[in-house]
Design a protein around this ligand. Structure first.
Ligand SMILES: Cc1cc2nc3c(=O)[nH]c(=O)nc-3n(C[C@H](O)[C@H](O)[C@H](O)COP(=O)(O)OP(=O)(O)OC[C@H]3O[C@@H](n4cnc5c(N)ncnc54)[C@H](O)[C@@H]3O)c2cc1C
Length: 495
């Protein structure tokens, strides 16, 4: 126990998981004190969040463009309507209005007119999706029939029975042709899970297809940030946390956690400073976890910690393009059958017309390629750029003659962990064995793939685990169970 009577919780890592843990803990203290209004001695908690970088946000961050001086996200992030915990974090800090919500998407396939993907507002889930498949003009009649029958089979198949299957293996086993897998299932699954269908777990794929599309109206809505991620998660959100009493320390890299000290856990910073803690939440990525402990301590603190080395990573590339003109009127487009997977134009703020030159530096567009190792490795950066530019010229007639002013390709090889059939059991087995130690991060067993939603849920779960250790009087901030399923979805979709 630290010397003071106020328990001290140290959170290591200022990504969305660590930020969510800090928010949940400070809200838990406030809610507990509100419930016990009559108490003369309010519950107190000292919360310190340590982040190694210059600002918080972690993978949901931005770089500063040296020409325009603007902050540009390393890679475009989107959330879905089904990400209710992430959305509640945004709401909690009045940041939801900084995200633009889209119900409809537009799919582009070479040689075909763009197809809208517009779930019906009037039909109950999951029927609301049926009409949108019919409108995907690049799919032929057989492919549409296969997609509908595949969705039906998926709804009637229990999640647990898919644990050991890859998406491709299962889709082929129910008669989906290669062309339908490429033109439909790959498009959704590779973007949502950041991994190829021949690797990705069908159980994780089902989670996205059911929770993110079939089970509820609004689940497949796409939320796109209108402000740089660094402004939201590196400036505004931390300021709000500080106003709640959380001590936030950036450029405070943790070197090691001493587990055997008689005074309780000691968190040692690279600077040499030592912090005494009562409870510690470690919210670093999976590949950093074991380095925070002495080699002999790691397995004592977290049995199976070395399983983290078996959580493979999958890269995502953001191809940042500054063009001499806008090339599209829609804010974004899904690209099918091409190396490019999704194109975004910015700024999204509705006050800025896409035809106005927004900056001297040109019109900014970003192409996103998930599971990008194949393309990047086989093509090389210049060939990848040339391929993407050709695809944009072919697909967007309005900008056919655009000139590229400059570009930057950002690929994070550790963007997300690869959700293969082996992943879920590995994730589930990496649990702390010390009563004061708690884990958070998108990779912990939240039931979600590597997403902002998973990170926020993990932070909340870790905060609740701390609350249970500290005091019966500390309330828990519940994890949101997700969008309620529609009446028809409850009847036809097996759990
Ligand atoms: C290119 C790309 C595109 C993505 N697109 C999407 C998307 O569209 N939608 C979506 O939902 N998700 C997307 N993701 C995933 C999403 O960004 C992550 O799931 C989420 O941000 C993970 O949050 P986290 O807190 O778990 O981990 P991180 O963001 O990795 O945070 C961990 C933090 O710990 C800090 N840290 C590490 N070691 C130490 C130490 N020793 N001491 C102190 N601090 C330390 C790190 O600096 C970091 O800030 C994308 C990710 C990438 C990289």
């Amino acid at each position: 126990m630290s010397a003071s009577s106020t328990p001290h919780v140290v959170i290591i890592g200022g990504g969305l998981a660590g930020l969510s843990a800090a928010q949940s803990l400070s809200d838990a203290v406030a809610a507990s004190n509100q419930q016990a209004v009559a108490s003369a001695d309010p519950y107190r908690l000292k919360i310190t969040l340590l982040e190694s970088k210059r600002s918080t946000g972690g993978r949901a961050g931005s770089f500063s463009d040296s020409i325009s001086g603007e902050s540009v996200d390393y890679c475009q992030h989107v959330a879905m309507g089904c990400c209710t915990n992430f959305i509640s974090l945004l709401k909690r800090f009045d940041m939801l209005d900084d995200w633009k919500r889209y119900r409809d998407l537009v799919f582009h396939y070479p040689g075909h007119s763009p197809s809208p993907f517009s779930p019906s507002r009037w039909l109950p889930a999951p029927l609301h999706l049926a009409a949108c498949v019919g409108k995907l003009g690049y799919l032929n009649r057989n492919q549409k029939r296969e997609v509908r029958s595949g969705m039906w089979r998926l709804m009637r198949t229990r999640s647990a029975s898919l644990a050991q299957r890859t998406a491709k293996d299962w889709l082929q086993s129910i008669g989906q042709s290669q062309s339908t897998i490429q033109a439909f299932w790959d498009v959704i699954l590779v973007s949502a899970l950041g991994e190829e269908t021949d690797v990705v777990s069908m159980q994780a794929a089902r989670k996205v297809l059911i929770d993110g599309f079939a089970a509820a109206q609004g689940a497949s809505d796409v939320l796109v940030p209108c402000l740089p991620l660094s402004e939201m998660f590196g400036e505004r959100l931390p300021q709000k946390l500080e106003s709640l009493g959380v001590e936030l320390r950036c450029q405070a890299a943790v070197k090691r956690i001493e587990i055997a000290s008689p005074t309780g856990p000691v968190v040692e910073l690279v600077s040499g400073e030592e912090l005494l803690a009562d409870q510690v939440i470690v919210a670093v990525p999976w590949y950093r976890l074991s380095s925070l402990f002495d080699p002999d301590d790691a397995e004592v603190a977290i049995p199976n910690v070395h399983g983290c080395t078996r959580l493979d990573a999958s890269p995502i590339s953001g191809i940042h393009l500054w063009l001499d003109r806008p090339i599209m009127t829609n804010d974004h487009a899904v690209m099918v059958g091409t190396t490019s997977q999704w194109v975004f134009r910015q700024p999204l703020a509705s006050t800025v017309s896409p035809s106005e030159p927004s900056e001297v530096s040109g019109h900014y567009h970003q192409v996103v390629i998930s599971a990008s190792s194949g393309q990047s490795q086989s093509l090389g950066k210049q060939a990848l750029l040339d391929t993407v530019l050709d695809e944009l010229r072919n697909e967007f007639p309005m900008g056919r003659d655009f000139k590229l002013l400059r570009h930057r390709i950002v690929t994070d090889p550790n963007s997300v962990f690869s959700v293969s059939p082996a992943t879920e059991s590995i994730r589930g087995n990496i649990r702390p064995a010390l009563p004061w130690l708690h884990l958070a991060g998108d990779w912990t067993p939240t039931g979600w793939p590597s997403t902002m939603e998973s990170a926020v849920i993990s932070g909340r779960m870790a905060a609740n685990s701390v609350a249970r250790r500290l005091s019966d009087s500390l309330v828990e901030i519940p994890v949101d169970p997700g969008l309620p399923w529609g009446w028809l979805a409850k009847r036809v979709i097996r759990r």
